[in-house]
Design a protein around this ligand. Structure first.
Ligand code: ADE
Length: 260
């Protein structure tokens, strides 16, 4: 996979050199290239922004500078990803889909954002897909951190990236649609806290059931949106019992929360 990231703060993206993503780069799993948007500016001051038409606070990034940069980086097409708090939420499903694509380009805006014509223009190119995405309902100073988040979420899903692909299956936001169960290691007693007995039992069936109960209970307590999205057909009698303890019942084939 190839990933290009365009930013006016390329140094901000240096964490991509580190850790596991860095390892994926050196092993050839992914080719990440970070570009300085100012390399495409044409004036002496390497200007990339201007005042907003219609007035208002802040500066807007110019479409002409972004246009020459993206024409270069997207010369052979690709998926253009634009981080913005007004984009669609980035989810594990998005990351899974992106992990199958050959070329991602992330355009990091700063200030009040990028002139809206940039996304509109590239969306008309048949060889380019445009996605504006948000990493959460809060506002950052620019898209760089959101670019790091996307790269890490996608690269760890590339075949050959994690030693044990099983570890991708049970984690939070995996296929089951549940938050992950709590995990423990040695020592068995720490700060007067004991590891749950069942995990020391060696009984695989009971351990799996306990973990699923915990995942269901945790999801029910913290993320009613995820419970509401579960498919009742994927739940067994014990699952429904755990959910019922948290106020969820099945009504007309759908899970519904008591009192809502
Ligand atoms: N840029 C600024 N805030 C952002 C957010 N929450 N998600 C993605 N990009 C952003």
């Amino acid at each position: 996979m190839r990933i290009d990231v365009v930013s006016i703060f390329p140094d901000y993206l240096s964490p991509l050199e580190l850790s596991l993503v860095g390892k994926a780069r050196t092993s050839g799993l992914v080719d990440v290239r970070v570009h300085d948007l100012r390399d495409w500016a044409t004036d002496r001051h390497r200007t990339v922004d201007d005042t907003p038409f219609g007035g208002g606070a802040g500066m807007v990034m110019r479409p002409d500078v972004w246009g020459t940069a993206l024409d270069d980086v997207l010369a052979d097409g690709g998926h253009l990803l634009v981080p913005t708090p007004s984009g669609t939420p980035l989810t594990q499903r998005t990351a899974e889909a992106l992990a199958h694509e050959p070329h991602l380009v992330i355009a990091c805006g700063r200030y009040e954002g990028i002139d809206a014509r940039v996304a509109a223009h590239y969306a008309t190119r048949p060889d380019v897909t445009v996605t504006e995405y948000s990493i959460g309902d809060y506002v950052l100073n620019g898209g760089e951190v959101a670019a790091l988040v996307l790269v890490e979420a996608v690269v760890r899903l590339l075949p050959g990236f994690v030693g044990n692909p099983e570890s991708l299956v049970e984690e939070s936001h995996g296929a089951a649609g549940l938050l992950e169960y709590p995990v423990y290691t040695k020592p068995p007693v720490w700060a007067d806290l004991e590891v749950p007995e069942v995990l020391l039992s060696g009984h695989h069936g009971r351990i799996a059931r306990w973990r699923r109960d915990e995942a269901l209970a945790r999801t029910a307590s913290l993320r009613s949106d995820l419970v509401a999205a579960l498919d009742v057909a994927d739940l067994d009698a014990r699952d429904l019992e755990v959910l019922a303890e948290h106020g969820w019942t099945v009504l007309d084939g759908e899970l519904s929360l008591r009192g809502t």
